[in-house]
Design a binder for this molecule. Structure first.
Ligand code: HSE
Length: 370
């Protein structure tokens, strides 16, 4: 089969390397921005590439929504098999892409957009065939995990650890999306659509790790806990809820033991109770191999179908959790359960508590306490 590649950053270069290992897959051309078109193999005619009769597979590794969205749309309208790692474009557009793929006979494959090299979405698509997925919990951002791990184990401050994560190629072009939880917001939206077989609904804004400081790390150590950035999600009938936040986790929690830039997830359903995944959620070859695995599925005609047939709604009260808050403001009006050592604790509250805290103190450090 013939393929083209959109984007020549960290992941795009990884796709180029791994394409050479797949017999029968010929990478013809790479779409790059005009200033980089100085080799015969490179082109800035993205539309020409993705609509060419001679192309079967389009690997999309651009960052951000444009020109990614335009090129994916064109490719699908021409019946191509689009394989993308770009969660920012998939999250708001997946329903449309799925229906274009159905209409024109191509496919949209998105394994690399969530949890990098871990076949997590593949597992979700497979497991849900028998029974509803009750929910999932996971670490979905390698950069945040790397930073928190470095803060906890090597006493680094957040900025130094972030610079290291950038140098190692884990962080997004704009790392704000990593440290403010937006990257996980996209990934959770995508996971929710696949896990609950539904179109998108608006989950709560994410909390990232940017407010975590050395005092919080010290408190976590004193309480025998580890801070990790997690997403939690549950489904109940026609409703679901998702929260994305830092979490003070007991040391025996599966997610507390995830080191460095690794990701990990637990998926819940009645028959198997829980299944765990662990692996590289970011990085060049880890993410590229997920894209090549999708390409091999296309070549063997074994792609997993994405079906978003439901219209489920968010109900945040499905997720009642314990919370810890560090704030310089008086939060007594929110009826905390405990105030201790400069921290305020809330038990069994749904995540709408976050908005109420933010209305009093937009700078508060808010985390789950598990
Ligand atoms: N910046 C992302 C992360 C890359 O750190 O997890 C993988 O999506």
């Amino acid at each position: 089969m013939k393929a083209v590649l959109l984007g020549y950053g960290t992941i795009g270069k990884g796709v180029e390397i791994l394409c050479q290992k797949v017999e029968g897959l010929d990478l013809k051309e790479v779409f790059v921005l005009p200033q980089f078109v100085d080799l015969p193999y490179f082109s800035n005619d993205g539309e020409g590439m993705v609509t060419s009769d001679d192309v079967d597979i389009v690997f999309e590794c651009l960052s951000g929504t444009e020109p990614a969205n335009t090129l994916i749309t064109k490719a699908l309208e021409h019946g191509k098999h689009v394989i993308t790692s770009n969660k920012a474009v998939v999250s708001p557009n997946l329903e449309r892409y799925v229906s274009l793929a159905k209409q024109y006979g191509g496919s949209i494959q998105i394994e690399a957009s969530v949890a990098g090299g871990i076949p997590f979405l593949d597992a979700i698509l497979k497991l849900q065939k028998l029974e509803p997925i009750k929910g999932y919990a996971g670490i979905f951002n390698g950069t945040s995990n790397y930073i928190l791990d470095q803060m906890q184990t090597n006493n680094l401050d957040l900025d130094t650890a972030l610079k290291q994560a950038q140098a190692l190629g884990y962080a997004e072009a704009d790392p704000t999306n990593d440290v403010e939880g937006k990257d996980v917001f996209y990934k959770a939206n995508i996971t929710n659509m696949l896990a609950y077989q539904t179109g998108n609904d608006t989950i709560l804004d994410p909390l990232g790790i940017s407010k975590i400081n050395k005092n919080d790390i010290e408190l976590a150590k004193k309480k025998n806990k580890v801070i990790r950035h997690i997403a939690l999600s549950v489904q109940d009938g026609n409703e679901f809820a998702t929260v994305i936040a830092p979490a003070f986790l007991s040391k025996d929690n599966y997610l507390a033991n995830v080191p460095s830039n690794y990701n990990a997830q637990l998926i819940y359903a009645d028959s198997f109770d829980q299944i765990g995944y662990f692996g590289q959620g970011a990085g060049q070859l880890a993410t590229a191999q997920a894209m090549l695995a999708n390409a091999i599925d296309t070549m063997e005609n074994t792609e997993r179908k994405i079906d978003l047939k439901n219209h489920k709604k968010v109900n945040n009260s499905l997720l009642k959790e314990n919370w810890i808050v560090r704030s310089s403001k008086d939060l007594n009006s929110l009826a905390p359960n405990l105030i201790e050592e400069g921290y305020v604790y809330f038990n069994d509250r749904d995540p709408q508590l976050i908005a109420r805290i933010h209305s009093i103190d937009p700078d508060a450090m808010i985390a789950l306490y598990k």
